[in-house]
Design a protein. Structure first.
Length: 149
């Protein structure tokens, strides 16, 4: 069954996309929750007109996201933590702390859109990298330094 998404659905698609899903998923979950509508011919025509009107707005949002990516790639965010004299920190650095540090710098990025690139938890003072989803497929690489308070 083809449906038109009314909101972004994780793992499925973005708003105003036509996607093919199983009938049960559409009828029992997407449509009752208001996440999608059935893709009839008239709904597709309305969608085309809506997309045409939003094209300019989309371009502006992409340009703003690219600016944010450029600014973030040039800066190093400092995250102060309590640490021992050997450089081992108490606890670990999380995406919440990164989001708060970014907010202090003037970037409003949700912690759910930030992924720390290290496999293990960050438990030492040093420089690390993270990725932040800024807009749809635009991702910024953030360099942050864990420093002792």
């Amino acid at each position: 069954m083809e449906v038109i998404l009314k909101q972004d659905v994780a793992g499925l698609g973005h708003k105003n996309e036509i996607v093919k899903v199983k009938n049960g998923y559409a009828i029992n979950y997407l449509i009752p929750k208001g996440l999608a509508i059935i893709a009839t011919e008239s709904a597709k025509k309305v969608l085309k007109e809506t997309i045409k009107q939003q094209a300019h707005k989309e371009q502006r949002l992409r340009e703003e996201a690219e600016e944010v990516v450029n600014k973030l790639s040039k800066m190093i965010i400092n995250i102060p933590v309590k640490a021992s004299s050997t450089g081992k920190i108490f606890g670990s650095v999380t995406t919440i702390q990164i989001a708060e540090a970014l907010q202090k710098e003037g970037f409003n990025i949700d912690r759910k859109n930030i992924t720390i690139l290290e496999e293990d938890h960050i438990k030492q003072i040093g420089k690390y990298k993270a990725k932040a989803k800024i807009y749809k497929d635009i991702v910024a690489e953030i360099t942050f330094e864990v420093i002792a308070e």
